[in-house]
Write a protein that binds this ligand. Structure first.
Ligand SMILES: C[S@@+](CC[C@H](N)C(=O)[O-])C[C@H]1O[C@@H](n2cnc3c(N)ncnc32)[C@H](O)[C@@H]1O
Length: 277
């Protein structure tokens, strides 16, 4: 029987996870973390949190640390999350990018912290629906996350009926194939969406990123909420490097750049535009 996670042990894991992912777990999360750790201990046939901690800290604990991060990251997401932001993207941002890039006919978008794929797939559907001429363009998405399980889920693109609820009815047959599995109904993303997205594991706290850019739009929504001011500033430094002047950054509805970076101008609903280098 694995004992309850003590306060001291919680602090050890909390600091380790914060250093590695930027996520600072609230004290109230002690039991939740305890349950998740206990599951890992069971899977590994271990009975002590401290021994597990030591293993994570040792060089050979690298793979296990990834597994633990996958268990701890909060991956809440949904299709067309933050509707008003999608409206600004459809009405203002995408038309502006299309006009600016009409020579090259190329668009590059990065979904940083894409979780299980709902975010990049939603944006791609919206773009194909609102700007029909893009069929003939070179539009590519990079979708990254620290959680490799989420990335696998995103690549598979197999969604439950509940997950599909926010997808407009008329989009469903166009962009998804129905699938029955063990008596349950799913929808699987069609290749016409998936083929334009490159899914990769990337920890936003490990700067500089192995990405050359430039990007026309970066979405980093509901990811930085747990990060410190310094960490946010480092991430912004990388986003500024990858965005040209006039490029766009979308944050989560409750996030802002006030006091973090003044080289972005707010357009509305947490959509920012880079105004200077
Ligand atoms: C709440 S979800 C947001 C998903 C999506 N952007 C949205 O708004 O619906 C936060 C995501 O950030 C990822 N994440 C947390 N820390 C990260 C880090 N250091 N680097 C990259 N991704 C991270 C988590 O794995 C999770 O998938």
């Amino acid at each position: 029987m694995i004992p309850e996670l003590s306060e001291t042990e919680f602090e050890l894991f909390r600091t380790l996870l914060q250093n590695k992912t930027g996520i600072l777990l609230k004290t109230a999360k002690r039991q939740t973390l305890g349950r998740r750790l206990a599951r890992r201990l069971e899977a590994l046939g271990m009975s002590s949190y401290t021994a597990y901690y030591r293993m994570l800290k040792a060089g050979k604990g690298h793979e296990e640390l990834r597994t633990l991060i996958n268990h701890v990251t909060i991956d809440q997401t949904s299709f067309f999350r933050a509707g008003p932001q999608f409206e600004i993207l459809a009405r203002q941002v995408i038309p502006d990018v299309v006009e600016k890039n009409s020579g090259l006919k190329q668009i590059r978008i990065w979904s940083a912290g894409c979780s299980r794929g709902h975010e990049p797939y939603s944006l791609e559907m919206m773009m194909q629906e609102t700007m029909r001429e893009l069929v003939a363009w070179d539009v590519k998405f990079l979708a990254t996350d620290i959680d490799s399980d989420s990335l696998k889920y995103a690549f598979r693109g197999k969604y439950t009926a509940d997950e599909m609820a926010p997808v407009p009815e008329e989009y469903v047959p166009k962009y998804f194939k129905p699938l029955r599995h063990s008596g349950r109904r799913f929808h699987v993303v069609r290749d016409r969406l998936r083929k334009n997205i490159l899914f990769r594991r990337l920890n936003l706290l490990e700067v500089p990123y192995p990405i050359k850019g430039p990007m026309d739009i970066i979405l980093c929504r509901n990811v930085m909420i747990y990060f410190s001011r310094t960490q946010k500033q480092q991430i912004m430094g990388e986003f500024l490097r990858l965005l040209p002047v006039g490029g766009y950054l979308c944050l989560g509805a409750s996030e802002s750049l006030i006091g973090i970076d003044d080289r972005f101008a707010l357009i509305g609903h947490a959509v920012y535009q880079k105004k200077s280098a």
